[in-house]
Design a protein around this ligand. Structure first.
Ligand code: CO8
Length: 257
């Protein structure tokens, strides 16, 4: 891949967006490669958790590539926007948890990639913003849809209408970041969270993500119906038998070979 590197660390895939000269700005090559990398790591049975991060110490992703966008007409922008949305849906729909390890600026499309991830861990120098209105644009890769679902409509509206940057601490305060750690501990903390998830049943994890994602668009009554169906289906799996038996036998469960 031209714009990404992928490592497998004991069942945890680390995908690094690697265009540090432009603060990891996302052009159409990154959109295609990131989508492919998420698909490949999702399909890889040796992988249980995926981490997405940016190269260098300054940026996770400073947005869609503004130089590339300056040459687009409305038709090009529609294709670029739709391809970016497909890539974010691959992240959100992955049955394997995707953690954004946010190592600096997460702006515009960079914030939107982080929003599509299931969990977000920020370094202390991370900065979040949806600054599209400053360019005469609006978010196009899910910012108007996912940000209100994560931080609430009021705060999301403020961020999108002002385009102002917020600090990692503020992102944590409003529930946008799950944790804030010093930059030199970001990788270790992200891996630790991934390892703690890896101890749990992979089907249960996939069904948890599916239930949370599907439920956010449903009325509570329909969400509860879907949840109990997913809950009961797990009773047919070896994984649930192992989890329940291990508790009774007072031993740790063994979910993965
Ligand atoms: N696109 C292209 N190049 C970029 C980008 C970007 N988003 N961000 C930074 N760069 C480049 C700079 O041009 C510069 O390159 P060069 O050295 O060749 O001039 C290099 O990265 C380093 O950047 P700076 O010198 O500007 O570094 P500073 O520390 O001074 O500033 C900032 C850092 C504050 C992050 C600044 O670079 C900045 O404001 N960047 C743009 C941020 C932004 O507006 N992002 C949102 C873009 S819009 C978007 O993401 C829409 C997503 C939805 C798309 C839907 C498609 C239709």
């Amino acid at each position: 891949m031209q714009t990404l590197s992928i490592q497998n660390e004991n069942g945890i895939a680390i995908i690094t967006i690697n265009r540090p000269d432009v603060l990891n700005a996302v052009n159409d090559v990154v959109v295609a490669e990131l989508g492919q990398a998420v698909q490949n790591t999702t399909d890889d049975e040796s992988i249980g958790v995926i981490i997405i991060t940016g190269a260098g110490e300054k940026a996770f992703v400073a947005g869609a590539d503004i130089k590339a966008m300056s040459k687009m007409n409305a038709e090009d922008a529609l294709t670029f926007g739709q391809n970016g949305q497909k890539m974010t849906m691959l992240i959100e729909d992955s049955p394997k948890p995707v953690i954004a390890a946010i190592n600096g600026f997460a702006l515009g499309g960079g914030c939107e990639i982080a929003l599509a991830c299931h969990l977000r861990i920020a370094s202390e120098n991370a900065i979040f913003s949806q600054p599209e209105v400053k360019l005469g644009l609006i978010p196009g890769w899910g910012g108007t849809q996912r940000l209100p679902r994560i931080v609430g409509k009021g705060k999301a509206t403020e961020m999108i209408l002002t385009g102002e940057m917020i600090s990692a601490d503020e992102a944590y305060r409003i529930g946008l970041a799950n944790a804030v750690v010093p930059l030199n501990e970001l990788s270790k903390t992200s891996l630790k969270m991934a390892e703690s998830i890896l101890k749990n049943g992979p089907n249960a994890i996939a069904q948890s993500l599916a239930s949370i994602n599907a439920g956010s668009g449903l009325q509570i009554k329909h969400g509860l119906e879907m949840e109990v169906k997913n809950f009961s289906e797990l009773f047919g799996t070896d994984e649930a038998k192992e989890g329940l038996t291990a508790f009774i036998e007072k031993r740790p469960p063994k979910f993965r070979s």
